[in-house]
Design a protein around this ligand. Structure first.
Ligand code: PRP
Ligand code: GUN
Ligand code: MG
Length: 180
């Protein structure tokens, strides 16, 4: 497919992962989760805002009985982590003895998921794992074991398919990377 370039605020981005590849990877992930969580009735816990598209496309393809709930965490300004993860909307669900799968659009420094996993484990779930669409393994600042990764990527700032640059770009169907 032809590469496309777009402008968001003051930055230029070019196409990087097309919708077809995103969906193909999500289909494989759903099949894996169907097998590994059969009989466990997992609770998917989606981290807003970034994970909304990933969550919808993944859960449409998960066929086992499951539940979904949402929390909202925020830590990015411009293209950088502030290092402070703000809880904008908390968790109301009782997760004791539940099999929880955290859904993220991207794990970058790992600050967001690291803090969230600490909080969740205090509530005694039966198990907690993380499923992320994208992982930047070279950027991790915490020793995290992310079990389900649809696609590892290098250290470039990306937008689209839920991911934003200062609010813009979340509605794009493909993923774009920043042009330095
Ligand atoms: O691994 P980290 O360095 O913590 O980065 C990953 C987090 O950053 C983004 O969220 P953000 O805080 O920008 O909020 P958003 O989901 O509303 O875009 C993304 O959706 C992840 O939740
Ligand atoms: N939009 C966007 N948000 C992020 N949060 C952490 N890493 C990224 C990234 O590369 N792009
Ligand atoms: Mg997020």
């Amino acid at each position: 497919m032809d590469p496309r370039t777009i402008q968001l605020h003051d930055c230029e981005f070019k196409t990087y992962i097309f919708e077809e590849e995103i969906i193909a990877r999500i289909v494989m992930l759903a099949e894996q989760l169907d097998k590994e969580y059969a009989g466990k009735q997992p609770l998917f816990l989606a981290v807003l805002n970034g994970s909304f598209m990933f969550t919808a496309d993944l859960l449409k393809r998960v066929t086992i009985p499951c539940e979904v709930s949402f929390i909202r965490l925020s830590s990015y300004q411009d293209t950088k982590s502030t290092g402070r993860v703000k809880e904008v909307l908390g968790l109301n669900e009782d997760i004791q003895n539940r099999h929880v799968i955290v859904l993220e659009d991207i794990v970058d420094t790992g600050h967001t998921v690291h803090g969230l996993l600490q909080q969740l484990r205090e509530r005694h779930p039966a198990s907690v794992e993380v499923a992320t669409l994208l992982l930047k393994p070279d950027c991790l600042q915490h020793p995290l074991d992310i079990k389900y990764v649809a696609k590892p990527i290098p250290n470039d700032f990306v937008v689209g398919y839920g991911l934003d640059y200062n609010g813009l770009g979340r509605n794009l169907r493909d993923i774009y990377k920043i042009v330095p």
